[in-house]
Design a protein. Structure first.
Length: 329
């Protein structure tokens, strides 16, 4: 009798495991739409493809589309067509108007046939009030939208180590979690729609100020004759330690594989940081929250943009402070 029970148990366990593997295997092959293939979106989409997802993609810039098509993605002509081929859609767009156009415009996601039951994940950084308004409008058409802006930069997108700050209904966040964890290592549910954007705007407000502070301090030390690598090593084990110093240092030559060491190309642009700071300033105005340093940081990044460097990584503020002295060496 004991032998029979043992054989029964041995036979039953593999069946359960096989069932589990089959379930997740099927999930990994579901169609996913991805709109917005810039410096961040391209890497995020690539990681989804590496995990086995079939991607329907759209972007106004042909180069990243062509690269992903070569790896098996399917390019379509509009957000509407993306929604007609995928029930889960991720967007990574530059600004609030872009999000409104992609979701609600003439050829937007909401105009697609059979969109009921679609889950839309917007990873853009936009005005929290716009995130709430768009989500509310989509809900009337059977589309559930969550806001899921990210932190971690281009390196985090490439390495799949992003942090997602998510706003939306509990069930929708859980439904999105499997996809989000293929692109990042941390998913934080911040509350209802728009709350993910609130946290992201505040995070980038702090980051912009932090980067300017590190740049000013490093520039002062170098101007007084200090070795920037030595300074960075001290900062990174002292009270000034922060991401802008120990992970994304803005001084050319201090760290490899960061924008500062490749002429400030390929990172998070000055114009994008200025946009995020504008969102923070506007949000602060609505609730009358003082934002003195944030307003000053915005003026600095706007000034850099006026000098024609808006596409450079936001760490370019260091080079701006010393009139590109480090780049001329």
């Amino acid at each position: 009798k004991e032998e029979k029970m043992l054989r029964f148990a041995v036979q039953r366990v593999p069946k359960a495991n096989l069932l589990g593997r089959r379930f997740y295997g099927d999930a990994a092959k579901e169609n996913v739409g991805f709109i917005g293939l810039g410096n961040m979106g391209f890497h995020m989409a690539s990681n989804l493809m590496k995990a086995g997802h079939k991607l329907y993609i759209h972007d106004v810039t042909p180069e990243p589309v062509q690269k992903l098509v070569q790896n098996g993605a399917i390019a379509v002509n509009s957000p509407k067509e993306v929604a007609e081929n995928a029930k889960k859609i991720i967007t990574m767009l530059p600004s609030s108007p872009h999000v409104q156009q992609v979701y609600l415009g003439e050829n937007g996601i909401s105009k697609a046939r059979g969109v009921e039951g679609t889950l839309a994940i917007d990873a853009s950084t936009i005005d929290p009030s716009v995130a709430r308004e768009v989500a509310q409008q989509l809900l009337g058409q059977g589309i559930t939208m969550i806001d899921a802006p990210v932190s971690g930069g281009v390196m985090g997108a490439a390495n799949g180590t992003l942090t997602f700050m998510v706003g939306g209904p509990d069930a929708a966040v859980e439904q999105a979690r499997a996809l989000l964890t293929l692109m990042g290592q941390k998913v934080v549910h911040c509350g209802p729609n728009g709350n993910g954007q609130v946290v992201k705007v505040c995070n980038n407000l702090a980051l912009a100020i932090e980067m300017i502070g590190i740049s000013e301090a490093m520039n002062l030390g170098v101007s007084l004759g200090m070795d920037p690598k030595l300074m960075a090593s001290i900062f990174n084990t002292s009270t000034s330690r922060c991401w802008s110093s120990d992970t994304y240092n803005p001084v050319p030559g201090v760290m490899e594989n960061v924008p500062a060491s490749r002429n400030y190309d390929g990172g998070f642009g000055v114009d994008l940081m200025a946009k995020d700071l504008s969102l923070a300033v506007a949000a602060a105005h609505k609730v009358r929250a003082p934002i003195t340093l944030g307003s000053s940081a915005l003026q600095i990044y706007n000034l850099i943009s006026q000098h024609g460097k808006g596409k450079k990584d936001f760490g370019y503020v260091y080079s701006f402070l010393n009139n590109d002295a480090a780049l001329k060496k």
